[in-house]
Design a binder for this molecule. Structure first.
Ligand SMILES: [Mn+2]
Length: 355
């Protein structure tokens, strides 16, 4: 973790900054292992300072790494205090990751001659490459979602409501150590399975329904993202055909992934299979996205992406086909990019017909 902030500072000279203002809470977490900071100041030569409100002071002192913790007293404003600290360092130019427009204008005003430049790309270059510590947490998060799917297979049957299935899945993951869900669990059955972000409702799952299950666990702040599609009972020939197409697209895209592959080419490899079977107009989203401290992060695996995959990226591979008034199929794994290949971190069953 200490390496992360050191690695950031190594790029200061090239970016012509001598100080970085981290305002995004997930970036603060990435550098300090603490969530709840107000702002983090990382000067090239001096100690890093994490500004926190009183409510988080004791926790920050106990848990935040690689920084001195500075408390904001009651009624003390964050912005003037941070601006004062920056001015004392006399930098020419300060980089920042993200600031609300109003905060940016205030800070720019307070800093006068000191330039304030958006440099979030510098942090993303680091966050996209997961180190071993991060990968261990992500493997655990992935395993937790696999266990969620195991429960889903046991729970989903005719007559069960979508939210009841979601509750059982989340409970199982939680019991095994998940800190919560990475995003709201999707259990979308019947014609609702054609909505890629179908949520879950009080609808009862019926025999012959397609059920799209999209679930994510969280372990030590790292996330996983997994989708499986089931049919309750026997599938129809059309349901099976769509399932086989999505399965082949997912496997083909997975096989295409390794260091150096353009993200758009991975997307293309899945899209080609879906086109071949005549369903291209029904694949209405990108192939995938990075996962880590956030569910959706860089890189992006889509037709317009300019990203090139690198070893230790963690991304999703999730083609889908959605036919309105019929139903949808999506299969998604969280995948680790390696030098010559890729590795599935999520390993849940691909069984299609359940019960
Ligand atoms: Mn996803």
């Amino acid at each position: 973790m200490e390496n992360r902030i050191r690695a950031l500072k190594k790029t200061f000279a090239k970016e012509e900054i001598s100080c970085f203002l981290v305002a995004n809470e997930i970036n603060m977490l990435y550098f300090t292992d603490f969530i709840g900071g107000a702002m983090l100041l990382a000067p090239k030569a001096d100690e890093n300072i994490l500004f926190v409100h009183g409510v988080n002071y004791e926790a920050a002192k106990a848990e935040a790494k690689n920084c001195n913790v500075r408390v904001l007293k009651r009624k003390e404003d964050l912005l003037p205090k941070v601006a004062e600290e920056i001015k004392s360092l006399k930098p020419k130019q300060v980089g920042f990751d993200s600031l609300e427009a109003s905060l940016y204008l205030k800070m720019k005003n307070a800093l006068k001659d000191i330039k304030l430049e958006p440099k979030d790309k510098m942090i993303w270059e680091l966050r996209r490459i997961k180190d071993e510590t991060e990968l261990n947490k992500m493997r655990k998060a992935a395993w937790l979602t696999d266990e969620g799917v195991r429960l889903a297979v046991e729970t989903i049957k005719s007559g069960v409501r979508e939210y009841e299935a979601a509750a059982e899945i989340e409970y199982a993951m939680r019991r095994l150590g998940s800190e919560g869900v990475a995003f709201d669990t999707i259990v979308a059955s019947g014609v609702r399975s054609a909505f890629p972000h179908g949520g879950c409702t009080d609808q009862k799952i019926r025999k012959g329904d397609l059920v799209v299950l999209d679930v994510g666990a969280k372990y030590r702040n790292y996330r996983s993202d997994l989708t499986r599609t089931f049919v309750v009972g026997d599938s129809s020939p059309k349901q099976r055909r769509i399932y086989e197409t999505v399965k082949e697209a997912q496997e083909t895209a997975f096989q295409s992934i390794h260091e150096g592959v353009r993200a758009r080419d991975a997307d293309r490899s899945a899209r080609k299979i879906i086109e071949k079977d005549g369903y291209d107009e029904y694949f209405v989203h990108s192939l995938g996205h990075g996962v880590g401290l956030e569910t959706h992060e860089q890189p992006t695996l889509g037709p317009e992406s300019k990203d090139v995959l690198k070893a230790q990226n963690v991304v999703t591979v999730e083609p889908g086909i959605y036919i309105v008034d019929f139903g949808g199929v999506r299969i998604e794994d969280t995948v680790l990019v390696k030098k010559e290949s890729a590795e599935r971190l999520t390993k849940a069953t691909y069984d299609f017909e359940i019960q």
